[in-house]
Design a protein around this ligand. Structure first.
Ligand code: F6R
Length: 257
C-alpha cells in the first residue's frame, strides 16, 4: 500500500490524473476501471485538459465502469452513463466501442450480471481500477453485507447511500434503490488499484478501511489485501489516521504535491 498525502481536492485530482496518465502512456491500449461520483470529477477534468493540450491519447484505451443505477436510462441525467459522457468520454478521443458501463435498463439482473462479467473477462483484466470511497465503506456499490459478493450483482442501496446520492437529484425525481455493480473479486483482480479520498467526512471510514479488520461490513477493508494499492488522500481525509497514527499506515504516508 502506498498513500500519497495531498493538500486538498485539487491536488488529489492532479496527482491521480498523473498516475492515470502514466498508465495510458506506458500502455496505450490499457483497460481502465472507472468510477463516478464527486470524487473523480476533478481527475477527469485534468485528464481532459491534458488531452486537449495533446499530451494524452485515448484512441486505444478501453474502459469499464464500476456501476450504474438499475432502471435509469443512459440518457437520463442521473445515470452514470450520462455522467461519464459529460465528464470524460465526450471530451476525449475514446472509441465508443471501447466503453463499458452496466445497462441500467436491463430488468433481468441475471442477464445483465452475466453479460457484464463476460465483458470483464473478455477484456483480459483491468490494468488500473479507480475507486472512490462511500461513507459506509462501500466501493463500487458493494454495500456493507454479510459476505463479499464476488461478481457483478444487483444491489439494494443502503439508506445512507441513497441519502448521500440524493444531493444529485432534483426534488421531484425518484432516487433509484437498486444498482448494478462490479463485484469485489473483479475489483481485486485489477492489476493496480487507485483509491481517492477527499474530505473530513471520509476520515473515519478511511481509517477503518485501512486499519480495521478485513470484513464485508466495511467492503473497502478488502483493499488491504491488494498488492498494488495506491491511495491519494487529502489532509482532511487523513485527519483521523494522522491523529491516531496506526504504525502500519503512518509508514506508508508520503507527502506529495
Ligand atoms: C461510483 C462509485 C461509488 C463512489 C462512492 C463515493 O461509481 O463506485 O462507490 O465512489 O459512493 O462517492 P463520492 O465520490 O460522490 O463521495
Amino acid at each position: 500500500m502506498k498513500i500519497y498525502q495531498v493538500k486538498d481536492y485539487k491536488e488529489m485530482s492532479r496527482k491521480a490524473a498523473n498516475i492515470i496518465s502514466a498508465q495510458i502512456i506506458i500502455k496505450p491500449n490499457c483497460v481502465l476501471g472507472l468510477a463516478t461520483g464527486s470524487t473523480p470529477i476533478g481527475v477527469y477534468q485534468q485528464l481532459v485538459e491534458w488531452y486537449q493540450k495533446g499530451d494524452l491519447d485515448f484512441a486505444e484505451v478501453k474502459t469499464i465502469n464500476l456501476d450504474e443505477y438499475k432502471g435509469v436510462a443512459p440518457d437520463n441525467k442521473q445515470s452514470y452513463h450520462y455522467f461519464m459522457n459529460k465528464n470524460l468520454f465526450e471530451k476525449v478521443n475514446i472509441n465508443p466501442i471501447n466503453i463499458n458501463i452496466p445497462n441500467g435498463l436491463e430488468e433481468d439482473s441475471s442477464v445483465e450480471c452475466a453479460r457484464y462479467n463476460k465483458i470483464i473477462n473478455n477484456l483480459g483484466g483491468i490494468d488500473m481500477q479507480l475507486l472512490g470511497l462511500g461513507h459506509n465503506g462501500h466501493i463500487g456499490f458493494n454495500e456493507p453485507e454479510g459476505v463479499f459478493e464476488i461478481g457483478t450483482h444487483c444491489v439494494a442501496l443502503t439508506q445512507s447511500t441513497i441519502e448521500a446520492n440524493s444531493r444529485l437529484f432534483e426534488k421531484d425525481e425518484i432516487i433509484p434503490n437498486y444498482a448494478y455493480t462490479m463485484g469485489i473479486k473483479s475489483i481485486l483482480q485489477a492489476k493496480k488499484i487507485l483509491l481517492l479520498v477527499s474530505g473530513e467526512d471520509k476520515a473515519e471510514i478511511l481509517m477503518e478501511s485501512l486499519n480495521g479488520p478485513v470484513t464485508p461490513s466495511v467492503p473497502a477493508s478488502i483493499l488491504q489485501l491488494h498488492n498494488d494499492l495506491t491511495i491519494v488522500a487529502d489532509e482532511a481525509a487523513l485527519s483521523v489516521i494522522k491523529l491516531r497514527k496506526p504504525a502500519s499506515i503512518v509508514m506508508e504516508l508520503e507527502e506529495s504535491c
